[in-house]
Design a protein around this ligand. Structure first.
Ligand code: SF4
Ligand code: SF4
Length: 288
């Protein structure tokens, strides 16, 4: 079971939900922090980090001795990451998507691979819960390849909970694609509703079942609730706006450990996710 915890906008409590869900399940679960531009799940889970690895992506390295300046590499690159000026080939590593096309078409075999550092992946655990996080190198713009590396490192035998980046662009798609369920965290405000609409549209394109956690549920208005009903997105849990919860969060602590009642609530949330996913798959099979 892969559950991706996402939100249209930042600051909705996505990491809180992902971390508490992992802790409520206890063992046989792995938390992946794929919010690689600003990973912070470790602040709440407090895992023991056992190792950190550098992650690179391949980029072309041109051998000027062999190159004839024919321009075939520049012609195939749709990202303008390699160009020929006169007889000299220039590579722009930040634009390269590591597709390898230039290497394949070079008639002189003048292009080999070198690495560009994307960031790091760290591995750890806490009380039987596995933890992996990705951290994008400062100045690196391309986070999806690092997110895919974090996901590829997950143990397929465990329940995987992904803390996805906020938004609806390529990084969040990389964190949601292939998940069994998308748990969207939102808040009942006009901004929350606006970004939730975009997030639901993205999830519909991916054709993955989804449900909602509404955080600070008793502030704002009822439009998010009405939208969820009209789009048939189930509301699986609400978290009230509560001073005690805010204090726990501000101390980087977790609800399920500070207020035992919440352990049951998050455990039940997982049960609802499982039940909804099964029924969604049955309905899909019938429709096919
Ligand atoms: S395709 Fe090869 S030979 Fe042609 S310009 Fe590019 S690197 Fe040089
Ligand atoms: S690997 Fe792909 S993206 Fe990178 S320079 Fe070559 S053709 Fe362009």
């Amino acid at each position: 079971m892969i559950i991706s915890v996402a939100s249209g906008k930042g600051g909705t409590g996505k990491t809180t939900v992902a971390t508490n869900l992992a802790l409520a399940l206890g063992e046989q679960v792995e938390l992946l922090d794929c919010d690689v531009e600003e990973p912070n799940a470790d602040l709440f889970l407090k895992p023991l980090i056992s190792r950190t690895e550098k992650v690179e992506t391949p980029i072309p390295l041109v051998d000027g001795e062999k190159c004839t300046g024919c321009g075939k590499c520049a012609e195939i690159c749709r990202f303008n990451a390699i160009t020929v000026v006169g007889k000299k080939v220039l590579v722009f590593p930040e634009l390269c998507h590591s597709c390898g096309g230039c290497m394949l078409v070079c008639p002189e075999g003048a292009i080999s691979e070198t690495g560009r550092e994307l960031g790091t992946i760290s591995f750890g655990h806490r009380n039987g819960i596995g933890f992996i996080n990705g951290r994008l190198r400062v100045g690196e713009a391309m986070s999806p390849p690092l997110i895919r590396k974090v996901r590829a490192a997950a143990d397929p035998n465990l329940v995987t909970i992904i803390d996805a980046p906020p938004g609806t662009s390529c990084p969040v798609i990389a964190a949601m694609n292939g998940a069994d369920f998308i748990l969207m965290v939102t808040e009942p405000t006009p901004f929350g509703l606006h970004d939730l609409r975009l997030a639901v549209e993205a999830v519909r394109v991916l054709n993955i079942p989804c449900g909602l956690v509404i955080n600070r549920a008793d502030i704002g208005d009822l439009q998010v609730f009405a939208y969820a009903e009209s789009e048939r997105v189930p509301i699986l849990m609400t978290i009230p706006f509560d001073r005690r919860i805010a204090e726990i969060y501000s101390r980087s602590q977790v609800l399920v450990e500070e207020i035992p009642e919440w352990r049951r609530q998050f455990f039940d949330l997982y049960g609802r996710i499982e039940a909804f996913t099964k029924s969604w798959r049955r309905t899909k099979q019938c429709a096919n």
